[in-house]
Design a protein around this ligand. Sequence first.
Ligand code: UDP
Length: 234
Amino acid sequence: MQKGELLYEGKAKKVYRTDDPGVYLVEYKDDATAFNGLKKGVISGKGELNNKISAHFFRLLEGKGIATHFVKQVGEREMLVRALEIIPVEVVVRNIAAGSLARRLGMDEGTALPRPVVEYYYKSDELGDPMINDDHIAVLNLATGEEMSAIKKVALSVNEILRSYLTPRNLELVDFKLEFGRHEGKILLGDEISPDTCRFWDTRTKEKLDKDRFRRDLGGVEEAYQEVWRRLVG
Ligand code: UDP
């Protein structure tokens, strides 16, 4: 498949056209940003690891009946995906209090939540991705109520599938962010599923094996991403 025009360059990925108008090529970069772009860095090897880890999770989810944009992995840091009209809503699912939820609700990081919590954030760099609810989504005309109920159901299924897969691999799924889009009238899970977009903790030691190592200057960032990969396939 021919790599065509660069359509979009984001903080962690580039998206190219291909010779098939319904398929895009995603290239995962080593660049890392945090705090709405205020903190910038490079994590060597990250692009390749996030591509492999995302492809692995998308295959797992497809196998369990979740419709995703994933087509196939085509290079060390490249995958083919179905072209999506992205819904500008970040869907966060949480099992354990951490990050912004711990701050907002005054909970200690690490407190287990009695049931999963789903949150929505409006994807807008200018506004700093504010948290929104179903009414805001309707008023801003970002998605229909029907689409949002389907999205919430899929997000919770993804949570269950990933947790069941990760628990025996000694990884705790603390929280994660998903994005969805429309393709030929269907809603598909898009974007990526990687240590950039999920919090993974070692079940026993609670060691952080995700982007919080970069956000919080904990060191060993690349090693943590490699460790996640090793546990997924090892
Ligand atoms: N997340 C993400 N992209 C964002 C914001 C959050 O992938 O722009 C992920 C983050 O990695 C974590 C989850 O969503 O797994 C919840 O993040 P949180 O709201 O706690 O934000 P933070 O405090 O990390 O900024």
